[in-house]
Design a protein around this ligand. Structure first.
Ligand code: R5P
Length: 298
């Protein structure tokens, strides 16, 4: 069966991802044209012919509120202009952490956001979404979805750069990533117990008696945002005499001070996957994302 031609369109901030995907997929890419009207509304224009194509909108959804409306307008326009299908490659998928009503009256934004994107797209490809109380994307997204795991690439990096790592997850939720990476590397692993009292107020403690003092501590989490979780874990390890950790994050949401505060606290190196553009990006995800696109669009 003949496949439709692929075409990648970069969402705001997604140009380098779009170019890398297009290179791997051997197809063209183009930027979405945006115009900001004086009244605060946004005009969206697709400057390439999409008729008969499988259109892939590419861009990470960190800082999602300004990116989501252009994404929906672009997806709707591509379909109206004759695209056969429209998918989204968002290496970081937003609004996955508000997966329950933590306080009375709160919106469960994971569900609303999934409903909104599902209404305009045919498929979604992402890297390690924050799945906690929601176990698979299919529980909230009604379109085809594919998750690209970062663990094999992180494990490959650790195998070639760190002798005898000890994988440590800063909270119970991180066990899914930590266990997988540790298994692939053949290293011991532990998760800490975390208490979050506020956006920037986090406490951690060692939940088990297990210690691997001869190993290099490697803190691993899916998201580094304010850096408070990694900071609390770093301080704990240092206080326990377990050495300066390496911090590995999948998604580098990093606020302005997070990386420098981690380095000042004694972290030996901070490294992340390039799902969100940041100076710490070390592990490239585009080739694996392109493979996922080929599979899901077939
Ligand atoms: C928690 O749900 C996530 O896995 C991360 O631990 C969290 O997002 C990190 O946030 P921060 O860097 O602000 O402590």
């Amino acid at each position: 069966m003949k496949r439709e031609k692929m075409l990648v369109i970069a969402l705001p901030g997604g140009a380098s991802l779009a170019a890398a995907l297009a290179r791997s997929l051997r197809c063209d890419w183009s930027e979405l044209a945006l115009h900001h009207f004086p009244d605060g509304e946004t005009g969206v224009r697709i400057d390439v012919a999409v008729k008969g194509c499988c259109v892939i909108l590419a861009g990470s959804l960190n800082q999602p509120d300004t990116k989501t409306l252009p994404l929906i307008y672009a997806a709707d326009a591509a379909l109206e202009l004759g695209a056969v299908q429209v998918g989204l490659v968002a290496p970081y998928l937003a609004y996955m952490r508000q997966d329950k009503r933590f306080h009375p009256g709160e919106a469960i934004t994971s569900r609303s956001y999934a409903r909104m994107l599902s209404a305009s797209l045919d498929f979604l490809v992402t890297v390690d979404p924050h799945l906690h109380r929601i176990h698979t994307l299919d529980e909230i997204y009604s379109i085809r979805t594919q998750v690209v795991p970062a663990a094999p690439l992180i494990a490959r990096w650790l195998r070639s750069h760190v002798h005898s790592p000890w994988l440590i997850g800063p909270d119970e939720e991180s066990a899914q990533w930590v266990a997988e990476v540790a298994g692939l590397v053949g290293a011991p692993w532990t998760v800490l117990h975390k208490t979050r009292r506020g956006d920037r107020d986090v406490g951690v403690r060692l939940a088990s008696r297990e210690r691997w003092p001869e190993h290099v501590p490697v803190l691993l989490d899916d998201i580094i945002s304010t850096g408070e979780t990694m900071l609390a874990a770093t301080r704990l390890l240092q206080k326990a005499g377990l050495g300066a950790p390496l911090c590995v994050g999948v998604h580098a949401l990093f606020d302005a001070q997070a990386q420098s505060r981690l380095l000042e606290a004694g972290v030996s190196r901070v490294l992340t996957c390039d799902t969100v553009t940041h100076a710490s990006n070390t592990i490239r995800m585009a080739p694996a994302l392109a493979r996922a696109c080929r599979e899901i669009s077939a």
